[in-house]
Design a protein around this ligand. Structure first.
Ligand code: AMP
Length: 413
């Protein structure tokens, strides 16, 4: 890596999308951001913004696959003088959803790393194949450049076995790699540290409950900077009520749907992952819609909201018990950062646990990290915007910025 190389391209490849950001790590500023949507369809769209000029360009029309998508992104970056061939580009950081037990830290990608990510496809069938395609395409475009995988699961690998294991036969669990991995780890790591900073304390000194409430949602208990429990499990289906996922349910619901309802495994999978949660309960998965329906007196939306909040409260209570001492509860992601009504309802009645929200502070709209608890509260309640791209870029740059650019495979696993 050249000494002047201070830029990191962050790629987040979904099954039919590619999100990207180009950052300058000297000051963590964004140079360009964008999104390719509906890859593989006739109606693909690339939206690209160059932050320097403020220009936004849009391309509509079919983009066949991730390779074509990344090439189109590379062309857009070149137009802004930010091309992938620039000597200023230090590395590409990839979000990889499932790193299993093997990857506990960001890792420079080589063939052995690719093989391991591929071996994890059975536990992340929707995500890891897309992540792999993104990596391979980027490697083809810049074979000489360090590529780093930053895993959604890595932050949770510190969970004790008592929290990570399901109560099933360990031999069976190990044979099929069944355990609680947790997801959204990059966000939980970033937000727990940012919360400590907001409190003016070192991450090692604070215990934080992080509530990542987006379309997907998860909670984590972070003790002195280390994750000790999280609500998602083998897959992102477990835990909180989400936009379209059910979260926790009695596993026997699945037997019942198969035996009594006659549904196939694929149908049940789709039902629980894509047609449940808020959407399944009331037909909307956007909290803004749900709130406005509640304001109009819609009972279905009200019940969906109440079920969502009830589950959230149970996790806050559970993680107070797991941590013993809680210094802060941090709300983040689309719902957590924006929906004051969710924050208020989630904390209502929890004064016994030292939790309260000041209505005026809760109503303030800003994209800065802030406290919303009354000054005298025992536990700080905070709104802390997440920034997964910055976290991926920071972790990537920390790894390649040392000058070696080639950390050992599966380092520290
Ligand atoms: P994310 O997955 O973090 O991008 O979050 C997306 C979700 O955030 C959406 O589905 C909405 O439910 C929610 N959301 C975004 N903006 C708002 C807002 N202003 N008020 C309430 N909910 C919001």
């Amino acid at each position: 890596m050249s000494h002047s190389a201070t830029r990191v391209l962050v790629l987040n490849s979904g099954s039919s999308s590619l999100k990207y950001q180009l950052l300058d790590m000297r000051d963590s500023s964004r140079l360009a951001v964008g999104l390719v949507e509906r890859i593989g369809e006739q109606t693909s769209r690339l939206t690209h913004t160059c932050l320097g000029s403020g220009d936004t360009r849009e391309q509509n029309g079919p983009i066949a696959d991730h390779e074509a998508a990344l090439k189109a992104v590379a062309e857009e970056l070149t137009k802004d003088g930010l091309g992938l061939d620039s000597p200023e580009l230090a590395a590409i950081g990839h979000r990889v959803v499932h790193g299993g037990m093997f990857f506990t830290e960001p890792t420079v990608i080589d063939d052995a790393v690719l093989t391991e990510i591929e071996r994890l496809i059975p536990v992340a069938p929707l995500h890891n194949p897309a992540n792999l395609t993104g990596i391979r395409t980027a490697q083809a475009l810049r074979p000489d450049l360090p590529q780093v995988a930053v895993f959604d699961t890595a932050f949770h690998t510190t969970m004790p076995e008592s929290a990570a294991r399901y109560a099933i036969n360990p031999k069976i669990a190990d044979r099929y790699r069944i355990r609680r991995y947790g997801f959204h780890g990059t966000s939980h790591a970033y937000v727990s540290r940012a919360t400590a900073r907001l409190l003016g304390r070192a991450p090692e000194d604070v215990n934080v409950i992080v509530l990542h409430l987006g379309n997907g949602a998860s909670a984590s208990a972070v003790e002195g900077g280390r994750c000790v429990d999280t609500s998602m499990g083998l897959t992102p289906l477990e835990g909180l009520v989400m936009g379209t996922r059910s979260g926790d349910l009695d596993p026997a619901v699945i037997f019942h749907l198969a035996r009594v309802g006659g549904l196939s495994m694929d149908e049940i999978d789709t039902l629980l992952n894509k047609r449940s949660g808020l959407f399944g309960l009331c037909g909307d998965n956007d909290m803004r819609e749900i709130r406005s329906r509640i304001d109009e007196g819609d009972e279905e939306a009200r019940l969906a909201f109440d079920i969502y909040i009830h589950r959230l409260k149970k996790y806050i209570g559970a993680y107070c018990a797991v941590l013993g001492r809680v210094d802060a509860v941090a709300f983040t992601a689309g719902v957590g950062e924006n929906a004051a009504s969710v924050r208020e309802a989630a904390v209502a009645g929890l004064e016994g646990l030292g939790l309260a929200v000041d209505p005026e502070l809760n109503a303030v709209r800003t994209d800065r990290a802030r406290l919303i608890s009354p000054a005298a509260a025992r536990v700080a309640v905070a709104v802390v915007p997440t920034d997964e791209e910055l976290e991926i870029a920071t972790q990537t740059y920390a790894l390649v910025g040392t000058g070696s650019g080639s950390a050992p495979v599966g380092n520290n696993s």
